[in-house]
Design a protein around this ligand. Structure first.
Ligand SMILES: [Zn+2]
Length: 116
């Protein structure tokens, strides 16, 4: 589609840039968000808000591991999932179905236990 709109070379360049950025950000989530950051839930992943801003919320990877089927990845105060407003808007327009928006009821936050 980009080739039709912008011509073959710009379209090809845009496709290459998109592919490389997608792969690099995916690798960043799997490498960085399993090493550095907060762990509000008891699993091997971490939350990094700055990474969440550039990966549409996937930087909140500890939350993703706690609730792998959740469309919303921000559960605690100070956490922002940049993709959630778009998903919620699509749901309001009946263009998306959201099955889960958080961790299962028995999943407790480790940080909440530590603060109590
Ligand atoms: Zn992971």
């Amino acid at each position: 589609m980009l080739c039709v709109v912008f011509g073959p070379w710009v379209g090809l360049l845009a496709a290459v840039v998109h592919t490389v950025a997608y792969l690099q950000l995916n690798a960043a989530v799997n490498a960085i968000a399993h090493t550095f950051g907060r762990q509000p839930y008891d699993n091997g992943a971490t939350n990094l808000q700055w990474l969440a801003w550039i990966t549409s919320g996937e930087g909140l990877h500890n939350n993703h591991h706690a609730a792998p089927t959740s469309a919303k990845l921000a559960f605690g105060p100070g956490e922002v999932d940049p993709a959630w407003p778009a998903i919620a808007g699509l749901r309001r327009l009946r263009l998306a179905t959201v099955r889960s928006t958080g961790p299962r009821p028995h999943t407790e936050r480790v940080e909440a236990d530590a603060a109590a």
